[in-house]
Write a protein that binds this ligand. Structure first.
Ligand SMILES: [Zn+2]
Length: 345
């Protein structure tokens, strides 16, 4: 019996050492230590032994069982560690592999131009004012010296929603609203950026929707020379320090006198080329001294207060600055066009 137990121990230890995985190890445990296993069988035969031999044999059987158990445990720890190693190896991340690029978006060229112009005027002490795109006829026209039936209304073909409500044709109603809020008191120094709408047929230079930035300054003793100085700073910062400006007489119902501002052509340095149509100058914006009627409509004393206003199209500025030949590029949003204005790639 003693020999049989020793044999079983040797056989079990050998199998445990060769067990390839946890399942096999468990099978070995059941086979040797289970209720139907060979050790139990051996112990069943203890009844036939003498009283002196029985405790010795019992102790030996326990030793054998403990030896097998502890060996199984040791092997189990080994196999578990190996399994973890294997899993780690399989899930290993190679940190030296190049990453997949994350595509970043970029500001729309119009947004960039508008923000650049805003920053420029904020730097000169202006604040940014905004207003509704669906506007009352009163603020869009009447408060700007354009009463109903005024022929100059035809200069701006409008999208009317009702008799009195329309999509604003310019950002000037924001000026009218701001002046009204001040109730004829104190200075005003604002720029108004935003979308405007006109019944134009879309082509390379026209769009039914576009953006405008207007500026308005009202205070005592504001003169045309203040306007010219402001526009000169704007033109040089926006287009380059070497650009000259000139003012030409023009007509707008809300300003008197009215002017248009040109900048000297960069392409030819003022000698005349195809970009400037041979004139040496490129038209940039319209401006003028605020019409006394507009000041009075908003509650200002036009004897005491004067002011100037200007309005420009960011599309036109962007087209000149970046050499874009078709206004529709801004709205068709072709990714190949937009990417050219990316600062991240
Ligand atoms: Zn030129």
């Amino acid at each position: 019996m003693q020999e049989r137990l020793k044999e079983l121990q040797a056989e079990a230890l050998d199998k445990i050492a060769q067990a390839a995985d946890l399942k096999e190890l468990n099978d070995i445990r059941v086979a040797f230590l289970g209720k139907k296993g060979p050790i139990t069988e051996v112990l069943k035969g203890m009844g036939k032994l003498s009283a002196e031999e029985r405790p010795k044999m019992g102790a030996l059987a326990n030793e054998v069982r403990d030896a097998i158990s502890s060996q199984i445990e040791a092997r189990q720890t080994e196999l578990e560690a190996a399994a973890v190693e294997l899993k780690l190896a399989a899930e290993k991340i190679d940190v030296t592999l190049p990453g997949r690029p994350v595509k970043a978006g970029n500001h729309h060229p119009l947004t960039r131009i508008i923000e650049e112009i805003e920053d420029l005027f904020i730097g000169m002490g202006y604040t940014v004012a905004e207003g509704p795109e669906v506007e009352q006829d009163y603020y869009n026209f009447e408060a700007l010296n354009l009463p109903k039936g005024h022929p100059a209304r035809d200069m701006q073909d409008s999208f009317y929603i009702t008799e009195e409500i329309l999509l604003r044709t310019h950002t000037s109603p924001v000026q009218a609203r701001t002046m009204e809020k001040r109730q004829g008191k104190g200075p005003v120094k604002i720029i108004c950026p935003g979308k405007v709408y006109r019944r134009d047929n879309d082509d390379a230079t026209h769009s039914h929707q576009f953006t405008q930035i207007e500026g308005l300054v009202i205070d005592e003793n504001i003169r045309l020379s203040d306007l010219k100085g402001t526009l000169d700073v704007f033109a040089k910062k926006m287009f380059g320090a070497d650009r000259e400006i000139r003012l030409r007489p023009s007509f707008f119902p809300f300003t008197e006198p009215s002017v248009e501002m040109d900048i000297s052509c960069k392409m030819c340095g003022g000698h005349g080329c195809s970009t400037c149509k041979g004139t040496g100058w490129i038209e940039i914006l319209g401006a003028g001294m605020v019409h006394p009627n507009v000041l009075e409509m908003a509650g200002y004393d036009s004897k005491r207060y004067t002011g100037f206003a200007f309005g420009m199209g960011p599309e036109r500025i962007a087209m000149l600055k970046y050499g874009i030949d078709d206004i529709r590029h801004f709205y068709t949003n072709d990714i190949r066009f937009l990417k050219q204005f990316s600062v991240t790639e």
